[in-house]
Design a protein around this ligand. Structure first.
Ligand SMILES: Cc1cc2nc3c(=O)[nH]c(=O)nc-3n(C[C@H](O)[C@H](O)[C@H](O)COP(=O)(O)OP(=O)(O)OC[C@H]3O[C@@H](n4cnc5c(N)ncnc54)[C@H](O)[C@@H]3O)c2cc1C
Length: 247
């Protein structure tokens, strides 16, 4: 089973799982930041010069509430064609320890973001429209000791045959990093499902015996070969087929 929940719910899921107490504690030690995305739309003429690039980042030491700006209309051309003559930008507000600013109402946050954007780009006037999207507890924080925590999580989870974790809490919060953890988790689960029955090591349930498919623990190998997603040649190079025969 792959656990792709944020660290808090993942930690609670591990409650009572044999050998996973340390992993559970390490998961609970990963904190999350909340943020709000303020999307602003301006007539392109409001900008003193055409925007270039895809946006900018603002370090915490600069003391601005907006920590990142994406020039959405430049990054995603379909936005330009949907609203010709308009420029849509996305301002991110909220750093760890600065949650107070997120208590402001939507109109206030939009004003704050627009003022910051005007300071950075020179855009004139009020935005033609705005939308505030709040993301509570969305960004895991990689604080000192994070690598050790991840090691403890993987060690504890790895003791459970066929169990793996994935998502933003481990190796990077960007989508490519999340996908990589999901692929690794899927490979681990597949390796477990495809291991020969009765093999020694982590493929055996605690206390011995066989995994039961009825408990979602172990896919029973098909007669004359490994379970559906298992390659016949002993490698995992080819993509698994869903429910169909492999090879
Ligand atoms: C506003 C914002 C903008 C971003 N922009 C970018 C970007 O431009 N590029 C980029 O690479 N990354 C970006 N990221 C980061 C990236 O999107 C995330 O890190 C990534 O999507 C997280 O994937 P995940 O699978 O770990 O978590 P999620 O996609 O959040 O999946 C977690 C799942 O767990 C479920 N869940 C939550 N709580 C529970 C519970 N208690 N019980 C059961 N299920 C639960 C949720 O419903 C969800 O399905 C952005 C993040 C945010 C918040």
């Amino acid at each position: 089973m792959g656990v792709g929940r944020p660290a808090g719910p993942a930690s609670r899921l591990l409650a009572g799982v044999e050998g996973a107490a340390d992993a559970q504690a390490a998961l609970a030690g990963i904190s999350y930041a909340s943020m709000a995305v303020v999307t602003l739309a301006y007539p392109s003429a409001a900008f003193p010069a055409p925007l270039t690039g895809s946006g900018y980042l603002v370090p915490a030491v600069d003391g601005h509430p907006v920590k990142a700006v994406t020039y959405s209309s430049l990054k995603w051309p379909h936005l330009r064609s949907a609203e010709p003559g308009m420029i849509v930008v996305r301002c991110s507000i909220g750093r760890i320890g600065e949650e107070e600013v997120l208590h402001r109402d939507d109109a206030d946050l939009a004003t704050l973001a627009a003022a910051d954007l005007a300071g950075a780009t020179g855009v004139r006037g009020r935005p033609a429209s705005h939308r505030v999207t709040r993301w509570g507890g969305a960004l895991p924080q990689y604080t000192v000791g994070h690598l050790g925590r991840v090691e403890r999580i993987r060690a504890g989870v790895g003791r459970q045959p066929g169990l793996a974790v994935c998502g933003a809490a481990y190796d990077g919060i960007g989508i490519p990093a999340c996908i990589a953890t999901a692929r690794t988790a899927a490979d681990q689960i597949l390796a477990h499902l495809c291991a020969p029955r009765g093999a020694a090591g982590p493929d055996r349930p605690p206390g011995g015996g066989e995994w039961s498919p009825g408990r979602g623990r172990r896919a029973r190998p098909r007669r004359g070969g490994p379970p559906g997603p298992c390659p016949r040649n002993g490698t995992n190079d080819s993509p698994p087929t869903r429910g169909g025969p492999s090879g």
